[in-house]
Design a protein around this ligand. Structure first.
Ligand code: ADP
Ligand code: GLC
Length: 501
């Protein structure tokens, strides 16, 4: 159904509430381009919003790495030249469009910026790229004459959108929109020399004199500027919203966020429960639902063991880890206790890419534990599905975790999460209570390797010695609501609050 014909379902008695039109602006979106959870959210949240009556347009770059099959489905919507830099240098902006399940995707085409990377390259190139992208996204909305009520921007790559909106687009049609900036990960901020950012943004000097952008005497911070200028700031769990106001989690912006705390809100992520559905998942050897999980999960486990060269034994406790291999994910803890994780009853499967330090360590452990450990150093969507289905437990011991989606996917697939109590992990995994058997998974609090090992061992003990309790947890996890419906409704409340303000 075309966006503008949709009817809103919200609004009480009397005239139906006006439809919210929302523009999503971000640097990645599944299935076109995804490096992590941001891509999942840019896919799933717009679909949930559409189901609840909103109109949504998603704007992302037309990266060269987007598969050709999607490029072939796009249609050309127009182009124009846009001035960008301090010296007035102008750039081509092309618009390619694709409509999928009611969501309109507009891809910004510029070969000079988007021909390299997967999709990121490095800050030196990424900063100009996303200055251009942020400004072009607003210019595209004016060009298409589609003026959203709210512009919902994501992470530092779209951080300049709220700044451009006020500093350059006031008085133009899109200037009537309000803005929300969502923090998916505060670690990445887009920091560079003030002169570099001044040049590429073409923004007025006075903005760089105030604390808005200033990181230090000679450095500017794109995310910081966006957080100051956005009408509202959200992040992806209530706990992370609190954590980022502290020194430990604040990545140097805790003071800035504390200052802006009145406009800061945590709304927990969900997952797309159609995409992540073990009953219909075509990537699984043996799709299953809550009625047959206890039987069919074993078949998925055996198939996984076979595929990865592990000893085939449905009785082994299989721990999965699906993750970017970076410091954020708590992998130094895993490394520290790896030899103690594996025993005659336990296998470990790792899927991820990232820091060579971790890639090499996990390859080493695979060599040392042939048949019990598999380190699959790749980005592989199909294998990720098969691990969520075939493993018994999923390990997410993060140092910090704004929300985390892998523990949600795991629960939906009846795989018990073992997590550190931080950010969204704390908000979504209720610790197992051995007195009454309640809970969704195993947790530990302080960032210590022994505590991680203890949580794994507690899980393993229930699996091996108290299977009835374990199986109840599997079923409870599968029944848990991890969909977007609730959180999408919270975003709609926020959009309406801004529209009415
Ligand atoms: P983050 O965004 O910090 O990477 P999330 O837990 O929010 O963490 O999201 C990670 C997403 O990326 C999940 O959909 C997960 O399945 C996927 N993912 C991570 N690493 C891989 C990999 N190596 N292969 C396939 N999917 C992966
Ligand atoms: C980030 C975070 C992750 C979150 C994802 C989607 O990449 O690291 O915790 O789930 O964004 O919001």
């Amino acid at each position: 159904m075309p966006v503008n014909e949709q009817r809103t379902q919200s609004g009480g008695a009397g005239a139906p509430a006006r439809q919210c039109n929302i523009a999503f602006i971000g640097s990645e979106c599944y299935p076109f381009v995804k490096t992590g959870g941001l891509g999942d959210v840019m896919y799933a949240l717009p679909r949930a919003l559409i189901r609840q009556g909103c109109g949504v347009r998603v704007i992302i770059p037309l990266y060269n790495c987007i598969p050709q099959k999607f490029k072939d489905q796009m249609t050309y919507r127009g182009s124009f030249m846009m001035d960008l830099c301090q010296d007035g240098r102008a750039f081509y902006v092309g618009i390619m469009e694709l409509v999928m399940d009611g969501v309109i995707y507009d891809f910004i085409d510029n070969r000079e910026f988007f021909d390299w990377g997967n999709p990121y390259t490095g800050l030196w190139e990424d900063i100009p790229k996303y200055c251009y992208f942020s400004k072009a996204s607003l210019a595209v909305l004016n060009y298409l004459e589609w003026i959203p009520d709210v512009i919902h921007c994501h992470d530092w790559q779209a951080g300049l959108v709220p700044v451009y909106l006020r500093a350059r687009f006031d008085g133009t049609p899109v200037g009537s929109a309000r803005s929300i900036l969502t923090i998916h990960n505060l670690r990445f901020q887009g920091i560079c020399g003030i002169q570099h950012l001044k040049y590429w943004t073409g923004l007025p000097d006075y903005l760089f004199d105030y604390p808005v952008f200033k990181q230090s005497e000679d450095e500017a911070n794109m995310f910081k500027g966006g957080l100051a200028y956005a009408d509202r700031v959200t992040t992806v769990s209530a706990t992370y919203a609190e954590e980022i106001q502290t020194t430990f989690y604040g990545e140097g912006l805790n003071g800035h966020l504390w200052y802006h705390r009145a406009k800061l809100l945590g709304i927990v992520n969900g997952i797309d429960v159609e995409l992540w559905n073990s009953a219909t998942d075509k990537l699984l050897p043996a799709p299953y639902d809550a009625g047959n999980v206890l039987e069919l999960k074993k078949q998925n486990k055996l198939a996984l063991q076979d595929k990865l060269g592990l000893e085939q034994d449905a009785g082994k406790f299989v721990i999965g880890l699906v993750s970017r291999l970076t410091d954020q994910k708590g992998l130094d803890l895993v490394n520290a206790v790896f030899p103690e994780l594996v025993d005659e009853n336990t296998q470990v499967v790792i899927l991820g890419t990232g820091d060579p330090r971790y890639e090499d360590a996990f390859r080493f452990y695979e060599r040392e534990n042939k048949g019990s450990v598999c380190a699959y150093i790749q980005y592989n969507e199909a294998l990720a599905h098969q691990i969520y289905a075939g493993a018994d437990a999923l390990l997410v011991p993060s140092l910090f975790e704004p929300c985390g989606l892998t523990q949600l996917i795991a629960m939906r697939y009846g795989t018990v999460p073992i997590v550190r109590e931080t950010g969204g992990l704390k908000d979504t995994v209720q610790p197992y209570n051995e007195v009454n058997g309640e809970g969704n998974g195993f947790t530990f609090d302080r960032y210590e390797a022994d505590l991680l090992l203890d949580a794994v061992n507690r899980g393993k003990a229930v699996y091996l010695e108290n299977r009835g309790r374990w199986d109840e947890m599997v079923l409870r996890d599968m029944a848990k609501d991890v969909s977007w419906e609730n959180s999408a409704a919270q975003y709609i409340d926020l959009y309406r609050e801004l529209m009415d303000a």
